[in-house]
Design a protein around this ligand. Sequence first.
Ligand code: ATP
Ligand code: MN
Length: 466
Amino acid sequence: MNIDRALIADVLADVEVGSEVTIGGWIRTVRASKGGFSFITLNDGSCMDCIQVVADKELGNYDDEISHLTAGCSLIVCGEVVESPGKGQRVELHGREVRVIGLADAEKYPIQPKRHTFEFLRTQAHLRARTNTFGAVARVRSAMAGLIHEYFQSRGFLYVHTPVITASDCEGAGELFRVSTLDLDALPRDDESNIDYAEDFFSRPTYLTVSGQLEAETYSCALGNVYTFGPTFRAENSNTPRHLAEFWMIEPEMAFCDLQGDADLAEDFLKNIFAGILNKCPADMEFFNKRIDNTVIETLTHIAESPFERITYTKAIELLEAADCKWQFPVSWGIDLQTEHERYLTEETFKKPVIITDYPSSIKPFYMRLSDDGKTVAAMDVLVPKIGEIIGGAQREERLDVLTERMEAQSMNVDDYWWYCDLRRYGTVPHAGFGLGFERTIQFATGMANIRDVIPYPRTPRSAEF
Ligand code: ATP
Ligand code: MN
């Protein structure tokens, strides 16, 4: 069955008065008037707005069914589009046939027509898409994914699917989820009673990927400009409003490109997708601006129009040291910038996105290109107000000797990365790329404070219910 139905978005926007349409949706509110009418607001997810359906008692199933309807019930309504006497809507629907498809027990249905807290709605993640906020988040998320693909596809970037299961740890540090089919209750042991991974599914330890970058680099060093857009996993035990254990990342990688080119792409890309979302989802963005954060539209417009600030890490440290601030994490050259520092720079100092470049090599992974000063790498982070880091990127180390030296210095097993090193053995080229957290992008675009509310089913420490 695929019922030939109109979308409420289309009916509200431009179906002519007098037309007959069929729609399907879920009741948001229902009110029976004394005169024998029911006013039903119906939503089908095609837009923020509900359509008002007027059902009168002449309908055959009025007494038995329609008069008992409650929030959450699903209906198929066939009716005539009539001018709406009420404010705010062009048209409403005069029901000729109101078919009740699924009832919803009013005593138990969790999504009542009132304001629920986001905390509560997280416990109802399977139903929260039926609320205004989560419907809008879902539409913006989908539109944003489309904009991102469009951005790269229209510029000749190749979409590469990198593996989800990997044997390499891109960051050279923990935070990995293991993938294994070994029986945890009876682990095979070798002679020295270490776990014998030869017995495991892949005959080696494997993990969920933290980034598709290393594999994307291999395709970039053959095909030019590429990008990935896929799920990534980090077992970081950080319960913050900006970290998930499972999140989506966009990672472009460009051959014959240096750090400046990388920063240029990051800036152009962010401007493009933020301008794009204002364009593509005006009603949802209005909603976020009105109900969630009354600065989002202004901020996105501002970002799309003004150049980002670019400073070096060294300069950033100077600014932070000179700032009249009591830092929770003290500032000195060599520290990793914390969110409080990042937010200060982008919110207080510059009041716009800031690209910080040339970080100390000691706080950055092995694959970032070592600069001539010997102590910084060609790294860049893009910081935006309220979120802090939204993009992390770098020019990659293309010199085999420098690369292996850095891997050894970080006690990595160079042999494990033989294929990554091969890129530097055979036709090495300067190349650069970055990673953008998709959920942080949605957070920034919508003003949603908690990252758990911009992905359908958030995975965080001690939470994977749905
Ligand atoms: P942070 O310091 O905020 O934890 P990171 O330095 O670990 O970020 P990268 O490893 O550079 O981040 O990852 C690239 C991008 O992925 C980040 O800029 C951010 O947008 C996003 N990101 C990183 N970790 C997470 C996470 N746990 N949940 C959601 N997004 C994340
Ligand atoms: Mn992190």
